[in-house]
Structures are given as C-alpha cells and as structure tokens.
Design a protein around this ligand. Structure first.
Ligand SMILES: CN(C)C(=N)NCCC[C@H](N)C(=O)O
Length: 273
C-alpha cells in the first residue's frame, strides 16, 4: 500500500525539531529554498518513500490479523459485528501479548535505520551538489550515509533512537486506528455502508490526531538521532513549545496522506469481498 506519506516526514519539520536557528516554518522554508533550491524540500526522502510501502503493508496487514485473532471473527463478520475499541487499540499497538502482535514491533525496528538516515540527510544543510564553490555535502545519499554511520558506530549506530521511535509509534498507532474507527462510526448512520467521504475525513483526522500525540517523542527521537543524549531537549531553555516543533506542517501533510491511505486500505479490504 504505497503512500507518499513518510513515517516522519518533511525536511522542514525535521530541521525545525533539531535545529534552534530557525525563527519558524517560513524562515526555515525560505532559507531551505535559497540555500538548497526546491530540491531541499525533498532531500532524504528516497529511503522513506522506498520503505513506506513495506511499513504500511506490515502495519495494516498485522492490524487486520491481530483483530482476527482477538475477536475470532473474519473481516466480513466484523462488518456486522464491529470490534470493541479495546480490541482495536490492542490490535494496533505493538507489544501485544500474543505472537502476531510482535510483528508490529518489527515495524519500528525496520523503520529505525531508514528514519535515522532520513533525519541525518534532512539535517544536511550544506549547499547542494554542483553549486559553484560550495563544499560537497557530507553524505552523497542514503547508502553513503548508512555506510558512514555503520563504519563510525557499527550496527547500533543505525538504530540510534529506536527506543524513542518504538515509544513514539506504539501508543500512537492505537490512537490512530481507534480515532479512525470512532469517527467512522460517528458519521455512518446505523445500517448504512461506510462512504468514501467518511473514510477520507476519518482517516485524515486519525493521522493528525496520532501526530499530535506523537510529536513530543518525535522531537526527542530526532534529537537523539542527531546527537545522542548530548543534545537534550531543554523545555526550560527552549520552552514547552519545543515538544511540538513541526507539528503544524506535519499535520498539513498528515491529513491528506492518511485520508488516502485509509481509502486505499478500505478499497483493498472490500475488493477482497
Ligand atoms: C508515529 N505516528 C504518529 C504514527 N505512526 N501514526 C500512524 C501512521 C502515520 C502515517 N504513516 C504518516 O506518516 O502520517
């Protein structure tokens, strides 16, 4: 289920979270455009885009399997007998008690190296390749970045921030699917089928809600990936707002992306009959 979302996301958001030099989104976007051309807005995205199809397939596939295990019902039966919100939450969170749920933990560990490389590349604010007189970027691309990290820090270096990533993803995946299910039930009159419009709106708000709850840990995760615990997030020095850096631009992305993601999921689910 490819989707242009990335599991965390836009270079502007990552730079706002990890660098204290910008005065806000506009300042960051103007400087990114002037220093790095429009390509600066998509740097570091090759790995996330290449991996998101696998990540989303694991996420939605294991979620459906987990619900089947928890409720002992098939997808068709669940249309008539919807699962409880508790089952939806447990089924979508990693770390469930039953073996099929452990696969969701892999979603975070599969993600960690891709996410680390994305954050490092998106924080690389040197001049772009080929600009006259500018020094070449430190990393030539995701593979070079991965090799450099592995050479300097070994395999552990590639999963730096994985604990924060797992703590960020686990509960927010539960919130993601429960929000979606709750909104679908609120906007679908009894006895009527789920409409595409309802799926789009519910999916969009589910994505935004999950990122509102995930952003504080996302900021900590990005800081850990960039410089380990040496660059602690200091609420005292930077204000509590630091834990929600990048949320607005990420929400603007997350709404349409997750609306389409859930529409695709529903289409695939119902095309199976
Ligand atoms: C860490 N968080 C908030 C989540 N995993 N939320 C659910 C999926 C988000 C979707 N892949 C996106 O990139 O918006």
């Amino acid at each position: 289920m490819p989707s242009l979302s990335t599991c965390s996301v836009l270079p502007v958001q990552v730079q706002l979270q990890t660098q204290t030099t910008y005065r806000g989104i506009t300042d960051c976007m103007v400087k990114t455009y002037h220093h790095e051309s429009p390509l600066g807005f998509v740097k570091g995205m090759s790995f996330p885009i290449a991996s998101i199809a696998v990540v989303n397939s694991v996420l939605f596939g294991v979620y459906s399997s987990a619900l089947q295990v928890l409720t002992a019902t098939s997808h068709q039966e669940r249309r008539a007998q919807p699962p409880s919100y508790t089952h939806v939450f447990i089924g979508s969170c990693t770390g469930g008690s039953c073996r099929p749920f452990m696969l969701l933990s892999l979603q975070a560990y599969c993600l960690a190296p891709f996410d680390l490389i994305k954050v490092w590349l998106q924080n690389q604010t040197e001049e772009p390749k080929g600009k006259s007189g500018s020094p070449p970027p430190q990393y030539q691309g995701p593979v070079h970045c991965a090799a450099s990290v592995f050479q300097a820090e070994g395999p552990r270096g590639l999963i730096r921030g994985d604990c924060a990533l797992t703590l960020r993803d686990n509960p927010t995946l539960g919130i993601y699917f429960v929000t979606y299910k709750w909104l679908c039930r609120q906007f679908t009159p009894d006895g009527q089928n789920l409409s595409s419009g309802t799926v789009l709106v519910a999916g969009g708000f589910a994505g935004v809600t999950s990122w509102v709850t995930a952003t504080p840990l996302d900021v900590i995760k990005s800081r850990m990936q960039m410089a380990g615990l040496r660059q602690r997030v200091s609420a005292r020095r930077e204000g509590l707002g630091v834990f929600f850096q990048g949320l607005s631009i990420n929400s603007a992305r997350a709404f349409p992306v997750n609306a389409v993601t859930f529409l695709s999921y529903n289409y695939l689910l119902h095309s199976r009959g």
